[in-house]
Design a protein around this ligand. Structure first.
Ligand code: NI
Ligand code: MN
Length: 225
């Protein structure tokens, strides 16, 4: 049974036996991060898009662990230029890894790395990660999109991570609709509360969701999928 650990913002680790993944490792600079980037021990680093609060410490973590970065083609190649191992993919593609599989999904958002996000890193993505017989959906940063219905129809999602912080992504009401489309068994809200601009009450999301169990995780908390 895989275990997830929420590390604040959109950062999640997924562990199953010797398989250790981290998604969107924004730790340095995250005031709510419960751990330091130097404490992360992983085999794979999944990065949804080039924005600093997602790419984060990804390159440093991948280098130190000799881990492989999984990202879209453009972002992966930018990481390769920094000297890390990569496995480039793109939207709609699935690939089998030793731990299970990853499929890249669409996300409606921006892409771009650097202080002013001007360095081209391709389109943003979400991830469908299948590991230990469970399917985890990490949407990345996105607005609500109707194709979430298709993702829900074609995948039995055990656990979904969805943003609720509004302004840059879905807010609570759109995320509630996303749950209706995706039909996950369980959903964890994220990308809120990191800064005042994306402050929101996850209990409001919990109260409004029907048909899925809402699991609110504080930074540092683990959960068995
Ligand atoms: Ni972003
Ligand atoms: Mn973000």
């Amino acid at each position: 049974m895989p275990q997830v650990r929420f590390l604040g913002h959109s950062c999640v680790t997924v562990t199953e036996g010797s398989h250790k993944l981290i998604i969107d490792p924004f730790l340095t600079g995250n005031p709510k991060a419960p751990v330091k980037a130097d404490d992360i021990d992983v085999n794979f680093v999944l990065i949804s898009h080039g924005h600093g609060d997602h790419l984060g410490d990804g390159i440093a973590i991948a280098k130190r662990n000799n881990a492989t970065v999984i990202a879209n083609f453009e972002l992966a190649n930018m990481c390769a230029n920094e000297g890390v191992n990569i496995h480039p993919m793109h939207v709609g593609g699935r690939h089998d890894f030793d731990f299970g599989s990853v499929k890249l999904t669409i996300a409606h958002h921006g892409g771009g790395a650097g202080e002013d996000a001007s360095r081209y890193t391709g389109p943003p993505v979400g991830f469908l990660v299948t590991i230990g017989g469970k399917t985890i959906y990490h949407s990345g940063d996105t607005g609500l999109f109707y194709d979430m219905k298709l993702i829900g129809e074609m995948n039995r999602i055990d656990l979904a991570f969805l943003p609720i912080g509004d302004n840059f992504t879905m807010g609570v009401d759109d995320a509630v609709k996303a749950v209706e489309f995706l039909r996950p068994a369980k959903v964890v809200p994220f990308h809120y509360g990191t800064w005042p601009l994306i402050e929101t009450n996850p209990e409001d999301f919990k109260a409004k969701v029907t048909g899925a169990e809402v699991v609110i995780l504080k930074p540092g908390e683990t959960y068995d999928v």
